[in-house]
Design a protein around this ligand. Sequence first.
Ligand SMILES: Cc1cc2nc3c(=O)[nH]c(=O)nc-3n(C[C@H](O)[C@H](O)[C@H](O)COP(=O)(O)O)c2cc1C
Length: 198
Amino acid sequence: MVNEAQLVRNFTDSRITNGVEMVRLLAVSGSLRQASSNSILLRAVEHLCPEEVQVAHYEGIAELPHFNPDLLENPPESVLALRAIIGQADGLLVSCPEYARGIPGAFKNMLDWLVSSEEFPGKPVALFNASPRASHAQAALRLVLETMSASIIEQASITVNLLSSQSSAEGIAADPVMGPLIRTALGAFKRRLETQEP
Ligand SMILES: Cc1cc2nc3c(=O)[nH]c(=O)nc-3n(C[C@H](O)[C@H](O)[C@H](O)COP(=O)(O)O)c2cc1C
């Protein structure tokens, strides 16, 4: 079981663990809600990812200032920290809710800070979705990410129906439908990151 205190918020200094080179995934939830279904989905990943995968969770969205191009010349510390952890990640695992048929403002604000960064373009992204109803936000997210030159990995992008479910991360991982779906997506993402194929 992975609780709040055990959540990894940064990658380890070395990529090598027990002699194995780790693939680094950065999980980013688009929801600030404590009991967020999108965040819980990303925590379930901890229970299901292949051994050679290290998952860190970026949880600094609420600390980012409102995007202002005037600040790009001398970006705030929180933005530099965001860019640094994006740069360390081999791939991003994004799970984002839909608000008023769009991308939540706080998450879009984070993306805006990454538009002109060196770290983001070309970054492989797996899009997880905790709601089959969130089609507008998913479409908008794809458009934005593609505009930012992200590489969306389709085989690793899945919808897991957590609507009206009170699932915990462990419950999702143990579920006979959701568990294998997530595991397969993670396996496909890892293979894609290892081969570096387009
Ligand atoms: C202000 C607000 C607007 C919402 N708008 C939509 C919407 O347009 N479409 C939709 O499918 N769900 C909408 N929802 C429902 C959320 O997407 C849903 O509660 C989701 O579980 C939130 O993600 P979270 O559990 O990760 O916080 C909205 C919720 C809120 C609070």
